[in-house]
Design a protein around this ligand. Sequence first.
Ligand code: SAM
Length: 236
Amino acid sequence: MTWRATVLTLFPDMFPGTLGQALAGRALEAGIWRLEARDIRAHSADRHGRVDDTPFGGGAGMVLRPDVVDAAIAAENDGRRLIYLTPRGRRLTQADAAELAAGPGVVLLCGRYEGIDQRVIEARQAEEISVGDYVLSGGELPAMVLLDSCVRLLPGTMGAAESAEEESFSGSLLEYPHYTRPAEWQGRAVPPVLLSGNHAAIAAWRRGEAERITRDRRPDLWAAHTAQVAPAVPMP
Ligand SMILES: C[S@@+](CC[C@H](N)C(=O)[O-])C[C@H]1O[C@@H](n2cnc3c(N)ncnc32)[C@H](O)[C@@H]1O
């Protein structure tokens, strides 16, 4: 069955955007996945098409109304997971992408302005997911980030030229560095072991580099990795 993504947005013309190109675009064309961008504004009951209002309690900006967003969600409610992209959500992980890619698809809700009235998020039990600790002006780029992370894992999307097997976050380590021709460039030589043809030595070098990079750059991942490799012995 075709993996299906529905994006609820005030800016449907932003899609497919980057998702219509390269790997994701080829998969879209091949029918491996389907993308529908739905205009939240189509569900406004207001003759001026208003979808937002001022925040209760005062403050700057506007908030998307719960009745309008609820109607937009109701039109797509078919059992797929509903995700609201928000900086307040838990951080998107590779495990999320793999889990979503293994399901039937996803419905993504994009906020704008100050965000969406919290009552509809709760009433519809939307999962709240963030793409990182920074604030963007809308949920459309985060939706594209999430979709790209899923689509590249769908069976048939990646050819032999691309592989998710040893990538960063597919295991507990970041990936080792890559090199290609020329063997020497601007006085910088490729690590000699990579030219040795010794597969065991190459694998050991790559493993060592993955460990070094993870330890140096991401102490959080390194701590989880070492706990996994050598689980703490419970106190008697
Ligand atoms: C300007 S932001 C609202 C930020 C919100 N007032 C806050 O401080 O958390 C507007 C919309 O962009 C989206 N957005 C912005 N940054 C995001 C992030 N890091 N991850 C996911 N969505 C984000 C959300 O959909 C949000 O409702």
